[in-house]
Ligand binder design. Structure first.
Ligand code: NAD
Length: 430
């Protein structure tokens, strides 16, 4: 099958490369010419485990190509996947202007049958709008279908998630679109849920909001455990052993970030309200998430008292491990809050340092966690990269002015930290 991908970012590049790896012929286009030039030279534009090999292999095999115009995409693929940004507007609703502009680009050059599939995360009813725009701008009688195919990949595990998905969801309006999409996804050997477009659109918002809710629930539990002197790790483990609940996404911490959860929760809350339903629990999820970062700062202040002039090492700056993505990173938000309070922060991240320096030019960075910890009054574990799992605690202790570790991800064992001579604080654990 010939497939085009419009928008070669985190989702588009991974999706395109994985389609190619499964035997399809793929053209990935992007308006960002610099991005495409880099990819054509074999230089990756994002850090994602396994991606570089995958792209190289499929470019070499002639299955994956790159382009700079949406017209090329329409000319090439029978199926066109739209993977453009849908960022939040200041009022929390999704900005769908990229979707509209791409729909118009597609319409203008539509000649033969094309299946236009929205992979970007969008509010319910977007598929209808895409169809209206294409109908309006395309030549009369143009032959096309619109479909929805929400994406569930996790950054940091995007290649594995895309090659081996839990499920493929798509929403279609015609038997023809259903048949084409089954052919596209057949090589992935995953369970398929084919439904109507509106339901498919809702599945994505409902899933991400539910995961965010689980995280916020765990954070609220941790706050209660802190007050009660109980151990949240034990509480969530006990809950998770119940198959109806499960342990995933019940880890308390400094809150969720990234380019998806915050914007998807607010877009889902906004579209529900627009439709006439007040989805109050989603606002509470957002409030609890805001609160988590504040509670973490309080923990630091309880340990260090005044932050002005205090030397603090920050381990991890990306929004989660195994990615250099810092969009809505709570780690970086905490670093900024500490700097505003006058703390002297030195950050270290295995992959996200360059992006972090661009976003926070005043941030001092270090070459390693040990370098960051030199003379520090406290070290903060903000993103649980593998590199931080087995730190040399004796070395760290020697380097720090005061061996204090405040763990925002409950990565370390309290007993082990105590035995290593650290003052240790974590989330919801005595
Ligand atoms: P991204 O910013 O990494 O990539 C989007 C790309 O689209 C950019 O390279 C941009 O230059 C390009 N683009 C913008 N306007 C364009 C246009 N008119 N024509 C062609 N290209 C254009 O974004 P992303 O993280 O890949 O997210 C894309 C969508 O997928 C969003 O709706 C997001 O919510 C959703 N999503 C993201 C993830 C994730 O983990 N990043 C997971 C699931 C779903």
């Amino acid at each position: 099958m010939k497939i085009s991908v419009i928008g070669t970012g985190h989702v588009g590049l991974v999706t395109g490369a994985c389609f190619a790896d499964r035997g399809h012929r793929v053209l990935c286009v992007d308006v960002d010419k610099g991005k495409i030039a880099k990819l054509r030279r074999g230089v990756m534009t994002i850090y994602e485990p396994g991606l570089e090999d995958l792209v190289r292999r499929n470019v070499k095999a002639g299955r994956l190509k790159f382009g700079t115009t949406n017209a090329e995409a329409v000319a090439f693929g029978t199926v066109i996947f739209i993977c453009v940004p849908t960022p939040p507007r200041p009022d929390g609703t999704a900005d769908l202007s990229f979707m509209e502009s791409v729909s118009r680009d597609i319409a203008k050059v539509l000649k033969e049958y094309r299946l236009v599939v929205d992979k970007s995360t969008v509010p319910v009813h977007t598929g209808e709008k895409v169809k209206q725009v294409i109908t309006k701008y395309a030549p009369k009688g143009a032959d096309f279908d619109v479909a929805s195919n929400p994406e569930f990949l996790r950054e940091g595990a995007a290649v594995q998630d895309t090659l081996h998905p839990d499920r493929i969801v798509f929403g279609v309006e015609s038997a023809r679109a259903d048949k084409v999409l089954r052919e596209v996804f057949e090589p992935f050997k995953a369970p398929i849920l084919s439904t109507d477009i509106k339901s498919a659109e809702l599945i994505k918002h409902a899933s991400n909001s539910f995961l965010a809710l689980k995280i916020s629930y765990a954070n609220a539990l941790a706050a209660v455990c802190d007050l009660a002197g109980a151990d949240v790790q034990m509480v969530t483990r006990g809950m998770g052993m119940d198959r109806r609940i499960g342990l995933a996404f019940l880890n308390p911490g400094i809150g969720y970030g990234g380019s998806c959860f915050p914007k998807d929760v607010s877009a889902f809350e906004a579209i529900s309200r627009e439709l006439g339903y007040d989805f109050k629990v989603l606002r509470e999820v957002q409030r609890l998430n805001e609160e988590a970062a504040g509670l973490f700062i309080k923990k630091i202040e309880q340990e260090l008292w005044n932050l002005k002039g205090k030397k603090i090492a920050a381990f991890g700056l990306s929004f989660k491990p195994d990615t250099d993505d810092i969009r809505e990173s709570v780690a970086l938000k905490i670093v900024k809050m500490l700097m505003e309070k006058g703390a002297d922060v030195r950050g270290y991240d295995p992959q996200a340092m360059e992006r972090a320096r661009e976003a926070v030019p005043a941030l001092k960075t270090a070459k390693s966690p040990y370098d960051a910890a030199k003379g520090a009054d406290a070290a903060l574990l903000l993103t649980e990269w593998k590199e931080f799992h087995n730190l040399d605690l004796a070395r760290l202790k020697k380097l720090m002015a005061h061996p204090t570790m405040i763990d925002g991800r409950n990565l370390y064992e309290p007993d082990k930290m105590k035995a290593a001579g650290f003052t240790y604080k974590s989330i919801g654990r005595p």
